[in-house]
Design a binder for this molecule. Sequence first.
Ligand code: GCB
Length: 596
Amino acid sequence: MKKLAVTVVMLIVACLTLVAEEVGQVTNIYGRENVTSLNGMWRYIVDVQERGFYDYRMNETPWGFFLDAHQKSPMDLVEYNFDTSSQMHVPGDWNTQSERLFFYEGTVWFRRTFDYVPKEGKRAILYFGAVNYEAIVYVNGKKMGRHIGGFTSFNFDVTDALKEGKNNVIVKVDNKRHKEDIPTNIYDWWNYGGITRDVMLLEVDETYIEDYSLELDKKDWQHLKGWVKLNKREAGVEVTVSIPELKVEKRVKTNADGEAELSIKAKPSLWSSENPKLYDIRIEKGEEKIRDEIGFRCIETDGKKIKLNGKQIFLKGVSMHEEAPFSGGRANNASQAHTMLSWAKEMGCNYVRMAHYPHNEHAVREAERMGVMVWSEIPVYWTIDWKNEETYANAQRQLHDMITRDKNRAAVVIWSIANETPHSDARDEFLSKLATYAKGMDGTRLISMAMEVTSASNYHNRLSDNMNKYVDVVSFNQYVGWYRDVNDASKMTWEIPYNKPVIISEFGGGALAGWHADKETRFSEEFQENMYVENLKMLDKIDGLSGMSPWILVDFRSPARYLPDVQDFYNRKGLISNEGQKKLAYYIMKKYYSER
Ligand code: GCB
């Protein structure tokens, strides 16, 4: 009997360790057919000690929550029950859906059940837009895999785990912070936990289109180039790419790597802020049909200038976090993005810095439709564990996944690899490798990072960063007027000794909306307003100034902002309050951009 029990446990463990085939990142999930949304209400269990995962020896248990066990007789001891547990909405963070979880950092298990009918010759891909921070995914008790990184999409081939009838997906989500993570354990935004972006089940053929790229050839604007990639190394598969409006229909065949090059003669109307033209694109392989909207444009630098489609531009920007306007919490849909981008546009912006991590795909696509250029960034923020190889691999994977997802978005003009990273040899090595990697993946966009100025003397600001060689655009954050006396602004001189365009990636300071006092009183709207006036005069003197993204469009939650009745866990540097109230400084920026 004992032997039998041991065998049963061993069998269960063997089952649990079955990891699904890792499949490449499936792009443009929203433009594919045969997609079922698994968004909606999911059951959840808060597991502070992770007892649904580890036994007391700290081994992975064979009876964990991932089995979704049920009492078979009244005698059975099962100390959890998904069926009667509370529910929360996916996509969504747990912090704003349950008061008890507002400050929670740890493990929460999520379960969703769904009906499924397996189909001959079809594969099922389970897609997550993002889970913060670590996700371990099980389907019907079988482990599909693990993903780390809170802002990038991932997917598993779950075909072999699915069955006819009722199925379940269980996800162990853990948002604990660690020094070796990306981001590391301290940062100035809220660590929203949960399944924060869309969850979808995609049905495809055994051989399917995994990814593709289509863009304007920088050297020849009457030429589009790109590639299509299958999930398998299968030669001779025919793929058709068409752009009806341009009367393009191109048939290509895959090579032995399952890839095909695209080279198309066409004369598209170029995408810009004034003309955010997107073309309807169809990519087809037999029955498989993918639709996309793609814009074509050329972004480049010329000495200290940034040029879009050959014309010098000034990036009139603002920084933004991915936090839902009015309701708070992680933003995850197009309408929230639309609200925020409309505020930015009304202020005169043609550009936003999506800080400090890749924002959701809806937001990037919305920016593109609205003609707003985007700086997109990975959370290599402050003091990363530079010497840790796994940390580097994690950062590179996040960079890879960000570029893979958004490489067809004309709106994205800058990939940023880091924010405010203290200088050291180890940091230089880490960041130069990342920058080189980004360039290798995408040679058409500009690479940048938010640097810090290193003062040469009290009123002389000199930028000196070994990373200057690796970036196309030199960007830095500076806070004269907030972390330094505002009266210093008029005395400041700047030295940026590189022949590259300069973007001020952050400047600003806090104000509590609706609170009025004189311009010497911190946190009053007048203080912030005056600081903006002084900063703009100061920044205008910078040689090669090609854009700016003041910090920040909207007040956002931060655990490091404790001041009662003023901050209340909000970083108040927004030009607009978290309730949508525009502050005086918003109008200073609006006026400045209207005159630029
Ligand atoms: C910075 C950081 C940003 C912070 C901001 C601040 O330099 O890049 O994430 O929120 O300063 O408010 O201090």
